[in-house]
Design a protein around this ligand. Sequence first.
Ligand SMILES: Nc1ncnc2c1ncn2[C@@H]1O[C@H](COP(=O)(O)OP(=O)(O)OP(=O)(O)O)[C@@H](O)[C@H]1O
Length: 535
Amino acid sequence: MPPKRQRAAVQESFRSMTPSQFFYEYKEVAGFGSPARALYQTVRELVENALDATDVHGILPDITIVIERVNENSNYYRITVEDNGIGIQPQYVPYAFGQVLYSSKYKLRQARGRFGLGAKMAILYGQIRTGRPVEVYTAPIGSRKIYYFKLKIDIEHNRPIVLTKAEYPNPKGWHGTRVSLVIEGDWWHSKHRVYEYIKRTAIAAPYANIVFIDPNGNVVIYKRSISKLPKQPKEVKPHPHGVDIELLKQLISGSQAKTMVEFLAEAFRGVGRKTAEAFLEWAGIAKNLDPHSLDDRQLELLARKLREYQKFRAPSADALSPFGPEIIEAGLRSILKPEFVAAVTRRPRAYEGHPFIVEVGIAYGGEIPPTNEPILLRYANKIPLLYDEKSDVAWKVVDPHNFDWRNYLVTFPAPVAVLTHIASTKVPYKSVGKESVADVPEIEQELRNALREAARRLRGYLLQKRKEEEAKRRIITFMKYTPEIAKSLAVILKDYNVSEHTVREMLLSAMKRRLRIEDDKFAKLVEGLEVDIEE
Ligand SMILES: Nc1ncnc2c1ncn2[C@@H]1O[C@H](COP(=O)(O)OP(=O)(O)OP(=O)(O)O)[C@@H](O)[C@H]1O
């Protein structure tokens, strides 16, 4: 037998990556896979930051978005977004725009931003393709100065490189932020999405003034149509059903509590001393145990028991900021110009300890074109979602294969648009590009309930409309014969001194009674009919 050959030892080489290097290599996962997609994604990330800096803090947003071609015939585009928001303290600006995974939004409070990534991805993408830095002007509220930064990202070390820093006087008390960067883009292929994104943003923010200037100089203005802002979200503590071992460790290390009762009452939302004591008794954990003394096995037990205990109060919705029916209806009306709208905001629910609220709006008829499927306008934490529609839980719910629209008198093709909104401290996005939401059963169920509720109102409207159309048909027929009948009756009733006009009036009011229609509705129905009833 030939001797077995010894396999040579294999030496793999290892290295680590900084977050900026990781996202430099995998731009696609954050929505920067191509120049067309990158242009759309950049607009989106900057607009979302602008809105987070305004409506989340109770400011009616004034937002300007400008896309310019840098040189005629080039595919370099300068994108500038300005807002009237809370601004940024100057010491944080370099990190906010120059360090991947740095954010003011790592909190339990609903915001559009979540990952500390968006603006940096746009800057990084611009930098690696065009070599241009980002420029930021910002002034916090009440600031006497406007701060200016020109910076790049040191991708290898995930650190900002500040190229220029300046301060200017702020005599008019401006506050807000203006971010401007140059990326390689493809306007031709992203145009439709960018316009659609801005339109859908305007639908969901009828309380904002939005001005958009495209690379060809076309100006689109969405004027504020309502001055009511959505409820401001508050920062909250975590819910016990949402914990794991790591979160427990973090909470304990940041706590001064000496006993488990103190710790639980201090660290979790909706847990007071009484609830903490009842829970510890149920879990068989000593009340006076020092939380800092727990070993890994005890931490695992505590985390598991916290998730299992069913008597905690439901997660609070204080951290959430739904649109509310008034804003949804105003938005749908002003942009889609439908004949009917209905909006539903469901009560707060929770999945895995995260509170969420689902909202659904339906718009029907008017200027909405008939289509073979409902037009779906998806939102998550107020962000319009445009890509990957068919893999989103909202599509699963409105899909005519799953939802029997005929029960609600809608048969396709039909002029119907459905707006869905999921507001949560943790939207289960399928990727950091935030384009579609996973089908968490609790969210799916709530979406279905909300859709049913809104669709029932549409049904009521369509039934009424049918009734009126039927009445109109009958009136038309009736009107055809009225003059003749009135004439003949007037002849018969001549001796009673009843004129032809009076007979016609009597016939019309009999008709109204028969159709059980109020006067003004009746007048509307006969409006435009050939026979003039007032004659
Ligand atoms: N227009 C702005 N006004 C005020 N602060 C801003 C503005 N733009 C960015 N910031 C600050 O910079 C931080 C980083 O923004 P970035 O877009 O990178 O991430 P994010 O918005 O926190 O999260 P996400 O990646 O989910 O969008 C924000 O958390 C915010 O504090």
